[in-house]
Each structure stands twice: as structure tokens, then as C-alpha cells.
Design a protein around this ligand. Structure first.
Ligand SMILES: Nc1ncnc2c1ncn2[C@@H]1O[C@H](COP(=O)(O)OP(=O)(O)O)[C@@H](O)[C@H]1O
Ligand SMILES: [Mg+2]
Length: 591
């Protein structure tokens, strides 16, 4: 391709990789002097000279971005906000900027999300409003090369961390944890070997390159299994599969399997408590930021489940095991910066589900809950500072020092997506989160529900309808609601079960059974809370689906898991006996 044509195509906005082999085109561009120039965003609309250090690339002649002599760091943001890449990563990016500013390092953000804080013009020293792609990041790295300490990839979620190896292979210095070690956690085979070496249990798993192979692996490790295309994020296209029939449905309808697109099969650990841990490590010292116990059981994506700090049902022995495993892994991978690990606890066994060598969604929540700014510490550690010099000793396990309980609850976009079934699954659907904080779990949980727009009623009528396997577990919930004087309404199966076990309730028709049915009651505003658990697997149960979707439309609080229902009834009980008090965050930390 001749020079003029290439230049024209670049001016039209084509990416190198759209024009041929990315590296070759890049080489050619460089040889022919076709480099992007950076223009300042004219924040003053031409009225007077803009001075905002806010740039975008074009292929023109004049470059308006002046490179300073200062020591500098480039921080990758997470790009446009979408499900799985939420605002939490932006919070981490901003904190990293603040931390580096404290120690006099120039901060340069690359991020192309106009609707967020990290791209406010007064946050970083310089902002390149560019997509988080190899080409664009390399361009900025070359431009800002003078006294550049390196690039931080840990704050921008999966989008940024995915650029680790490509950037490293192009000779870019990655700050913090070594690229090879980041890669080890992303690669299932390598990660499995590390867990074995560290003597840490994990769920049995395998990779299938054909349907036959997937089926063989599934029957070897035993159903239910969790299946997903390999290398996905946000649990996309991930499903719990109960048997071979569901497996073939999955493979026929959801994802194709082929040698290029293998499928990962994991033993699904049933009825396990999921735990998230956020860690900061400098390669020698490990700071356990916080251990979060999920309210919903494993199988609900960590981004979609509520969680609590400190854990409410795990005993000290389990917690110590979690701490110990987390330390082992952080030291083995020589983490410099952040590490997030997800575990599933069943009995005394702590299974490791996955590790992310980057800031996780929960870093802002943990930081606020324990009063230690994890992202800030991580940024400092990544440029070589030591935790021992940054935090006084007792803070190395700051969760042990708090006297309050913090609950994270997620916020879903369902009101904006009519007809979408709000059931929780391994596939992430949430778009935000809120936090409730108080002396104890019940009140903190109650506050988190209010904040999430799911205010729990303190009296009235509760509708309970659960899948078969949840029936024994829902009994306690039913009993408690009954004791609190709630009227309980149920459809046939659940109703009989409750009645047979001494919980008074009124039977109502299912939607499919005629009128008046549960939907009519909902429309008449006769129901104050809905508890409806969907059956696992496919086969959308029409009734359940319509109830849940209507709950959203009619803005009736609803709960779709037994664990959530139990947390709710306990919270309601407690809140009825006390008044909600508001206290500033500082007061919780005696500041
Ligand atoms: N072996 C397993 N048993 C039970 N639940 C699991 C298992 N593996 C994953 N999960 C559930 O699926 C969710 C998503 O899986 P994860 O491996 O963390 O993928 P992602 O990369 O999307 O975070 C987890 O948060 C957890 O609830
Ligand atoms: Mg995960």
C-alpha cells in the first residue's frame, strides 16, 4: 500500500488491524512517518483559548500535546461503561491518579468514556481520550515516552488487563505484577497447576474441543456442571447445566464448540457460599483488604450478588484458611498491586474459583468498608513503594479492626429492559451497586435494600413461590414472616408445603390456572413483597417469569433467592424493633 493511500485511510479512522497485519502496518506507518497528532479538545467552543489538557488523536500535521520533562505514568481506564465494566473501575483509576499525584508523579489517563470521573479534565495531569486498544495505547506510549515510568493496567478492569501481554510484547514497561504472572492467572491450565502446587482445592474442570469431548468431560466430573466458552469475561454465555439434555441444548443453541472455540467445563459446586477477597501485595507483604461473604450462593455471578463485610456465617477457621490461601497465591504470583480471588466454601473446603490480578469491582466497596484506600496503596506499590512503609502494621488485616457491618447490594438495569427476566445466574447483569453500613448485618442489609430501590416492607402481605428444591429451605423464611404478622400468599406447591409444615398461608391461583390469580393481586397492590425462586437451568417457567417481570413493572420489591429472602426477613424483624439511624462514614472510623 502506498504512503498516501495509507495516510488517507488512517485519516478516515481505520485501525491498523483493519488494514492488514497490525504489526506490519504499524511498522510501515512509522517508516513513512504517518503518526497520529494530538489535538486539544476545545472545551471553550472557540470563544477563548482552551487550556484543558484533554487530547484526541487525528492524522494531521500540528500536534498540540506538549510532553513534559516530569516522571510520568500512563494509567489505562476501562473504556465505555457497560455490563461487566462498571464505574467501580473508574473509581480505582481516579484513586490511582490521586496517589501518584501525592508523590509528585505526572499522571496520564487513557480512557474514552466521556461520562465518568476519570475523564473529567481536572482529574489527571493529562487525558488522552482514546480507545483502550493496543494501537492507541502504543501511540500514546511512544508520544509520552520521555521519563515514562511505565503503564498501569490493573485499574481498568478486564479491558485494560487484556492488553498486558500485547503491550509487554511490544516492549512497553508494565508497572506492578509481572506480565507473565498476570498471564498465569488468566490461563486456565497454568492457573490450575499453580493451585495444585500451592495445595489449594479447586473444582474439577476440563476443556472440550468438540461436543463429544465436552460430553465426556461432563459425565466424568459429574453433573451439574458449569459451561462457558473459554476466555470470556463477565461470565458471558455461562450456564449451569443439569444433565446431558441441557448440555446438548446449550451447545446447539448458545455456543458452538470447535477446535478454535473450545468450551470450559467446571464441576458446579452446589450450595456453596461464595467469597470474594481483595488483596494488595508488594511482592513481600500481603494486605488482606477484606473478605466478603456473598449473600447469594455460588452460581450467582459475583458482580450480581450482594455481599457483606465482615462475613456473617463463616467461622474463624474458614476465614483463616481464606487468609492463608490468599497470601499463598499473592506471594506465589509475586503480586505487586491488586489481586482479587473468588472462593466457594462448602463445609470445611475452600475451593478457589478464580483469581484476577487487577482491581476488582469490589475494591471501592472494600476500601470504604474497612477505611483503607486499596487502589491508592496499589498504585504506590506498583511504582516500588513498600506496604510496610505505607500502612501501620495493624492495618495489614484492616477488617479485624472494624466494629460495623457493610453490605454491598447490586443495582440492575431491569426497569430499563422490559421483559428481561431478572433471575440471577453466572452471567452478570448488574450495572451498579450501593452500600449499606450499620452496627449489625440486619440493619446494614436493610439500608442497602433501600439504596438499591428495593425497600422492604415492614408489614403486609408477602407472596412466596419457590422451586421444588428450595421448599425445605424456605420454611424458615415462611415461619419468620408469619411470626412477624405478615399474611403469606402462595401458589399450590409452596402453599401445601408450608401448610403441611404448620405455616399458615392463603392459596392463590397460578397465572396459568385462571383468575383471580397472583398477577391480579399484584396489579391491585395487594402484595408488598415477592419471593420467587426460578428453577435452575433452561425451560423458563412461564408463571415465574411473568411474576418477576411484573414485579419490576409494578415496582414491587422482589427477591429471587432463598438466601436473599432469609436476609430480608431477618432485616425486617430487626428494623421493626429499632429505628434507622444515619451516621456519617467518618464517624464509623472515629475520624
Ligand atoms: N465451580 C463453580 N461452582 C459454583 N459456582 C461457580 C463455579 N465457578 C464459577 N462459579 C460462579 O460463576 C460466577 C462467574 O464465574 P467466574 O469464574 O468468576 O467468571 P468471571 O470471569 O465472569 O468472573 C462466579 O462468581 C460464581 O458464582
Ligand atoms: Mg469472577
Amino acid at each position: 500500500m502506498e504512503r498516501e493511500k495509507l495516510k488517507k485511510l488512517k485519516q478516515m479512522g481505520f485501525l491498523d488491524k483493519q488494514l492488514g497485519d497490525e504489526d506490519k502496518i504499524r511498522e510501515k506507518r512509522k517508516k513513512s512517518g504517518i503518526k497520529p497528532t494530538y489535538k486539544m479538545v476545545d472545551t471553550c467552543a472557540g470563544e477563548f483559548d482552551a487550556v484543558t489538557p484533554y487530547y484526541y488523536s487525528t492524522y494531521e500535521t500540528e500536534d498540540e500535546s506538549e510532553v513534559s520533562e516530569r516522571k510520568k505514568v500512563i494509567i489505562l481506564g476501562s473504556g465505555p461503561i457497560r455490563i461487566g465494566q462498571g464505574i467501580e473501575f473508574d473509581c480505582c483509576t481516579v484513586h490511582a491518579v490521586f496517589a501518584l499525584r501525592e508523590i509528585g508523579i505526572e499522571t496520564i489517563i487513557i480512557n474514552n468514556n466521556p461520562e465518568t470521573v476519570s475523564t473529567d479534565f481536572d482529574i489527571s495531569d493529562k487525558l488522552y481520550f482514546e480507545p483502550i486498544t493496543l494501537e492507541d495505547v502504543l501511540n500514546v506510549v511512544e508520544k509520552e515516552n520521555k521519563n515514562l515510568l511505565g503503564v498501569m493496567v490493573q485499574f481498568g478492569g478486564q479491558t485494560a488487563i487484556n492488553l498486558t501481554m500485547p503491550l509487554h510484547e511490544h516492549g512497553v514497561k508494565i508497572l506492578g505484577t509481572l506480565p507473565e504472572n498476570i498471564d498465569k492467572a488468566e490461563n486456565r491450565d497454568l492457573f490450575g497447576k499453580i493451585l495444585d502446587k500451592l495445595n489449594m482445592p479447586s473444582a474439577e474442570w476440563g476443556t472440550g474441543y468438540s461436543f463429544k469431548e465436552v460430553r465426556e468431560i461432563a459425565s466424568r466430573i459429574g453433573y451439574p456442571v458449569l459451561v462457558r466458552p473459554s476466555y470470556v469475561l463477565g461470565g458471558r454465555a455461562m450456564e449451569i447445566v443439569q444433565d446431558e439434555i441441557e448440555l446438548s441444548e446449550y451447545i446447539e443453541e448458545a455456543v458452538r464448540v470447535s477446535p478454535e472455540h473450545p468450551i470450559l467445563i467446571d464441576k458446579f459446586i452446589q450450595d456453596a457460599i461464595e467469597v470474594d477477597v481483595d488483596v494488595v501485595c508488594d511482592g513481600e507483604t500481603v494486605l488482606i483488604g477484606g473478605i466478603m461473604e456473598h449473600i447469594e450462593e455460588a452460581g450467582v455471578h459475583s458482580g450480581d450478588s450482594a455481599c457483606v463485610i465482615p462475613p456473617q456465617t463463616l467461622n474463624e477457621k474458614i476465614l483463616d484458611k481464606i487468609r492463608e490461601y490468599s497470601k499463598r497465591l499473592a506471594l506465589e504470583l509475586k503480586v505487586k498491586g491488586l489481586l482479587n480471588i473468588q472462593y466457594a466454601v462448602k463445609g470445611d473446603t475452600v475451593y478457589t474459583l478464580e483469581a484476577n490480578l487487577r482491581a476488582s469491582r469490589t475494591v471501592p466497596f472494600v476500601s470504604k468498608s474497612v477505611g483503607v484506600p486499596l487502589a491508592k496503596l496499589a498504585a504506590k506499590v506498583m511504582i516500588g513503594m513498600k506496604l510496610r512503609d505505607l500502612v501501620p502494621d495493624p492495618y495489614l488485616d484492616p477488617m479485624k479492626r472494624i466494629n460495623h457491618v457493610a453490605v454491598k447490594e447490586v443495582v440492575f438495569p431491569f426497569t430499563k429492559l422490559p421483559q428481561v427476566d431478572p433471575v440471577l445466574s453466572p452471567e452478570m447483569k448488574s450495572t451498579g451497586e450501593v452500600m449499606g453500613i450499620d452496627k449489625d448485618f440486619a440493619m446494614a442489609y436493610y439500608k442497602s435494600q433501600i439504596a438499591a430501590g428495593n425497600e422492604l416492607p415492614l408489614q403486609g402481605t408477602v407472596f412466596i413461590s419457590v422451586k421444588k428444591s428450595d421448599k425445605p429451605k424456605i420454611l424458615e423464611v415462611g415461619k419468620k414472616f408469619s411470626e412477624l404478622g405478615f399474611e403469606i400468599i402462595s401458589t399450590s406447591g409452596t402453599s401445601d408445603y408450608l401448610t403441611n409444615n404448620g405455616v399458615e398461608n392463603r392459596k392463590i391461583l397460578k397465572i396459568s390456572e385462571g383468575a383471580p390469580n397472583i398477577l391480579d393481586l399484584m396489579r391491585d397492590r395487594k402484595i408488598d413483597l415477592i419471593i420467587n425462586t426460578p428453577s435452575i437451568g433452561k425451560n423458563p417457567k412461564r408463571d415465574g417469569y411473568r411474576i418477576r417481570v411484573s414485579a419490576i413493572e409494578l415496582d414491587i420489591p422482589y427477591i429471587t433467592t432463598v438466601a436473599g429472602a432469609l436476609a430480608a426477613v431477618n432485616a425486617i424483624k430487626d428494623v421493626r424493633e429499632r429505628r434507622i439511624k444515619v451516621k456519617s462514614w467518618n464517624e464509623y472510623f472515629g475520624r
